[in-house]
Design a protein around this ligand. Structure first.
Ligand code: TEU
Length: 579
């Protein structure tokens, strides 16, 4: 070998060693990196008193179900006192339980029941805004001289108009005139959700005290609602005609965001072994990574919508391709040892997993729901499952606007139609993207109201497919989606290769197959998913020959990889391991 070639070879070796080193440096071990989260939307999970609204006693009655499934952490959507302009994301009293959901005693019983089963609980911290019925806002609104005035953001109008042209996410302007002084308050979401003023140190102390109240009760952490929005640009500049289309990029990551989170961390979080996951939107991966870099001591995890909302433009769902989507998974997995990813496909603000990413027609619903379970649970990162996805619940077939409950849809309706979109077109899009798909009641059985309530009505209609898709059927059938989730969760539990092992996409450009490896200290896992309704022949590297089958969503015949070409059935999902 001549010296020049030797030098190049050496450089390449050093470079690849560096890359491998970066990937193999193990993250600091933490419980929240190793566990799987299950999100409960209390209004829709289980009703115990027949009023058609889910409640805490209902949740307590289903804790054994969660234990059977094998999840480790529950994320509970807001359970606080609220007038429900946005189903609890508008809080009237942060230290009181919503009357429809029960009492503090019910909360304590639920928490004790979770602890008994070794399941952790994180609750929703909604502190970008409160309800306009919160006593702070009532006081704040009453007069410019109120000691609570600066708990919210009040500004004078400009020439008889709002202080700026900022739009709200739920239709109309983000400023509303109120109170005797003729000033406007800021609300990024609905009018009934005034934004809190984080510039005010007193308000920040109130938030920290609320956090301590719940942590001292024994909750294990927080999911933080729209956390990048809490710091506002104090100039409140008008937006131009382009930026106004996507205000989240203007509202998120304000000038003092990191300062506030560091303060919250040092004053509260650092004193507990708490888990924090921030809902993040309106950023870039670079900005998001600043929030979760463990050296910076802000929050642990970012719940970013890149993967779950692929192709979404506000309420409109554009087409997307598998290679584009896979790239997003690679970006989120490729973090250094100071960051830890999250993985999820849906939540209470998004359509159903199987309807968006799989095929919810009778032919493929079960197979594709299982495939998506394998995809999510075998990725690198803390996985979040949303209630009902574990039984393959589907989108609701909305046929009219009167069937929606969502404040976002009701608020935006006029504006969308005024922009020239027909009602048919908007309805068709909402049938793909609307938030209410995820909020229909959990389907427990084939009984009336799907066993969700003993009453005659549920707050939101039950999906008509409940006689077929329900927990009771799923528990009885060994080949159900539920039992597949259960097996995957058991495979993953405590498996450090699957938890901390590196991630590699084997065929980033393939239009139908999602194939990746997870490589740990002991074993390498290979996951091959045919994300299409057609048969596909997929070629694998010779190194995978003799890998052993771990789990499959269809036939279990492909026990060993004897050939390097896999003949995949539609929506077939296979997982192998090196030995
Ligand atoms: O969601 C904010 C969010 O990112 C969106 O789902 C939002 O509704 C949409 O993108 C705006 O167009 C959080 C909660 O998860 C959601 O349920 C609340 O409605 C919202 O904040 C306000 O608290």
């Amino acid at each position: 070998m001549n010296t020049k070639l030797l030098a190049i070879t050496f450089a390449v070796t050093v470079f690849s060693a560096k890359v491998n080193f970066a990937q193999s440096v193990t993250n600091q071990k933490k419980w929240w990196k190793e566990q799987v989260v299950y999100q409960i939307y209390p209004r829709s999970f289980k009703d115990s008193d027949g009023d058609g609204i889910g409640d805490l006693k209902g949740i307590t009655s289903k804790l054994d179900y969660l234990k059977t499934l094998g999840v480790d952490i529950v994320w509970l959507s807001p359970h606080f006192d609220s007038p429900n302009a946005d189903n609890g994301y508008d809080i009237r009293d942060y230290e009181k339980v919503m009357a429809e959901f029960g009492t503090m005693k019910d909360f304590d019983e639920m928490l004790a029941g979770l602890k008994k089963r070794n399941i952790k609980l994180i609750i929703d911290l909604v502190v970008n805004h409160s309800s306009d019925e919160h006593k702070w806002f009532q006081e704040s609104k009453s007069s410019k001289r109120s000691p609570y005035r600066d708990y919210y953001i009040w500004r004078q109008g400009k020439d008889g108009h709002a202080p700026s042209n900022w739009p709200s996410f739920f239709g109309g302007p983000a400023w509303e005139k109120a109170g005797p002084d003729g000033e406007y308050y800021l609300h990024y979401f609905a009018k009934k959700q005034p934004d809190l003023n984080w510039e005010n140190p007193k308000l920040r102390e109130e938030v920290y005290s609320i956090m301590k109240f719940w942590l001292d009760k024994g909750v294990d952490g927080f999911r933080m609602d729209v956390i990048p929005l809490i710091s506002k640009n104090q100039q409140f500049p008008d937006f131009d005609s382009i930026t106004i289309q996507h205000p989240e990029f203007m509202y998120a990551f304000g000038p003092r965001l990191h300062e506030y989170l560091k303060e919250m961390n040092s004053k509260v979080l650092s004193k507990y072994d708490a888990m924090t996951v921030g809902e993040v939107f309106g950023g870039t991966p670079e900005k998001t990574n600043l929030l979760t870099d463990e050296r910076r001591k802000e929050i642990n995890l970012a719940f970013s919508f890149d993967v779950a909302r692929v192709g979404r433009n506000n309420w409109y769902q554009n087409k997307w391709t598998l290679p584009e989507w896979k790239k997003l998974f690679t970006i989120q997995s490729d973090l250094d040892q100071y960051h830890w990813p999250t993985v999820f496909l849906s939540n209470h603000d998004n359509p159903r997993t199987v309807s968006k990413f799989g095929d919810d027609s009778p032919a493929f619903r079960v197979q594709s729901a299982k495939l998506l379970a394998m995809l999510i649970l075998m990725q690198r990162g803390t996985a979040f499952l949303y209630q009902g996805d574990e039984i393959g619940m589907t989108n609701y077939p909305f046929t009219s606007f009167s069937q929606f409950d969502d404040v976002e849809i009701k608020g935006n309706y006029k504006q969308v139609l005024a922009s020239g979109v027909t009602a048919e077109k908007y309805l068709a899009e909402l049938n793909k993207s609307g938030r209410d798909h995820a909020r229909t009641p959990m389907q427990w059985s084939a009984d009336k109201q799907a066993g969700f309530t003993t009453g005659d009505k549920s707050w939101l209609a039950v999906n008509p497919n409940y006689k077929e898709i329900n927990v009771q059927n799923e528990l009885e059938n060994p080949n159900s989606v539920f039992n597949f989730y259960k097996q995957l969760l058991a495979i993953r539990k405590g498996n450090n290769d699957l938890i901390y092992g590196s991630y590699k996409d084997l065929a980033p450009d393939h239009n139908a197959v999602f194939a990746f490896t997870r490589t740990g200290k002991n074993n390498e896992y290979l996951v091959v998913l045919n994300m299409s309704g057609q048969k596909v022949a997929f070629d694998l590297d010779a190194k995978f020959k003799n890998y052993k089958l771990v789990i499959a969503n269809q036939s279990l015949e492909k026990t060993t990889l004897s050939s390097t070409t896999l003949e995949l059935e539609p929506w077939e999902a296979l997982m192998y391991k090196s030995h």
